[in-house]
Design a protein around this ligand. Structure first.
Ligand code: SF4
Length: 179
């Protein structure tokens, strides 16, 4: 019997062991890379590399400003990649319509799904928010199942994510067949 194609998930590339972090390291997650990788096609995506920041690179963080939430260099406030990260979220949303879910790296000012630390312009911690790329992705694809690797260690959250991925894939197939 021919093998059915595996559903495709976007994954923060550092979770799959790619050395794309600002310091040249990775954050390989064995549940994501090994277990999810057995059942799904995992597509590694690093928005910071995609917008040309390079590896290694200067660290960035979320900053609350009078103009709203921005992503700026920790040591170089003139570096502002907010719009570039949002543009990358738009590109992925447009060019990868076959993704059935996305596993994001927690605490990243780009990829973090929620609860990423924000700072004042003076550098004081002042709250939590989604990373800029993740926010752009979720705003454009409100139905796309999204989770963070840390939360997938929780069995009910993991089961819920997998169920949402299959439901989303069925919905995608249904809407495609109606065109
Ligand atoms: S968290 Fe996202 S932006 Fe940061 S290294 Fe991983 S994939 Fe790249």
């Amino acid at each position: 019997m021919p093998e059915l194609p595996r559903l495709r998930l976007g994954v923060s590339a550092c979770l799959l062991g790619q050395p794309v972090r600002y310091d040249g390291g990775h954050k390989r997650d064995s549940f994501v890379a090994d277990l999810l990788g057995t059942h799904f096609e995992l597509l590694p995506l690093c928005p910071e590399v995609a917008i040309g920041l390079g590896v290694p690179r200067r660290p960035i963080r979320l900053v609350q400003t009078a103009a709203g939430l921005r992503v700026r260099g920790v040591h170089d406030p003139a570096l502002d990649v907010t719009d570039a990260l949002d543009g990358e979220a738009a590109r992925v949303s447009r060019d990868l319509p076959d993704l059935c879910g996305y596993v994001l790296k927690k605490n990243s000012p780009s990829c973090g799904m929620a609860r990423v630390k924000t700072y004042t312009e003076a550098g004081m911690p002042n709250g939590r928010a989604s990373g800029a790329y993740a926010a752009g992705l979720m705003a454009r694809q409100a139905l796309l199942p999204v989770e963070e690797e840390g939360r997938l260690n929780d069995p009910p959250l993991r089961e819920n994510f997998i169920e949402r991925v299959f439901a989303y894939a069925r919905w995608q197939a249904l809407t495609a067949s109606e065109v």
